[in-house]
Design a protein around this ligand. Structure first.
Ligand SMILES: N[C@@H](CCC(=O)N[C@@H](CS)C(=O)NCC(=O)O)C(=O)O
Length: 212
């Protein structure tokens, strides 16, 4: 199986962390989105969004990182990461949906303003955009922190795909100065994820400050 990936991207780290955790060997095809390599007709035939990651398994192409991790967990029968009971599945989809619809969009502007703009585009951080993003982030962080204060992982005592899915957006929490100071349960949860060998292996090697 091939994974078209851009190794520093959180959505690609999410997939690689699950793959390493499950000892699944993926052939990584490193892409450089800023060079336009995701907009070629050949790549758009695999992923019409022109985004990463994309999994290719035989002739089957799958995009959307959450769908990819579900596919890997199901294909390799990783039932611990992907509960099959009614409430377990509902909880998993609840958190993965919340992650995509609320958590990720709240964090993405902070990554963009504090990392992409200064480091890639050589542009100054827009402070007004940062303030708006932080205002949107805090109510979500309060909710998540309260939930995690009673649990080791999102679904309770067991690590699941939901943890990989939401945790991936915190890999740059230091560099993007994601305001986690008031959220000890989120910090402890993220530290548990970051200490997983599969998680460590998925972090891009050229960014040692993100290793914990
Ligand atoms: N919802 C998609 C998001 C994919 C996405 O936005 N990927 C980013 C990297 S994290 C990308 O390809 N960016 C390149 C671009 O915008 O051209 C997923 O979870 O796979």
């Amino acid at each position: 199986m091939k994974l078209y990936t851009h190794s520093p991207s959180p959505n690609c780290i999410k997939v690689m962390a699950v793959a390493h955790h499950l000892s699944i060997a993926l052939e990584e095809v490193e892409m450089e989105p800023h060079s336009g390599s995701c907009k070629t007709p050949e790549y758009l035939a695999k992923n019409p969004n022109g985004l990463l990651p994309t999994l290719e398994d035989g002739g089957y192409c799958l995009w959307e990182s959450n769908a990819i991790i579900v596919y890997l967990a199901r294909k390799f029968e990783a039932t611990a990461l992907f509960p099959t009971d009614l409430v377990g599945q509902a909880e998993l989809w609840r958190w993965m949906s919340w992650g995509m619809c609320h958590w990720t969009p709240a964090i993405r502007p902070l990554l963009y303003e504090r990392m992409v703009q200064p480091l890639i585009h050589r542009q100054p951080t827009n402070q007004a955009a940062v303030e708006k993003a932080e205002a949107a982030f805090h109510p979500l962080a309060r909710l998540l922190d309260s939930h995690l204060s009673q649990r080791e992982f999102l679904l309770g005592t067991n690590l699941t795909l939901a943890d990989f899915s939401l945790g991936a957006y915190l890999v740059y929490n230091q560099m993007a100065q994601i305001p986690l100071t008031d959220y000890p349960a989120i910090q402890a949860w993220y530290a548990r994820l970051a200490s997983l060998p599969g998680w460590q292996k998925a972090l891009p090697q050229m960014h040692p400050p993100h290793k914990r």
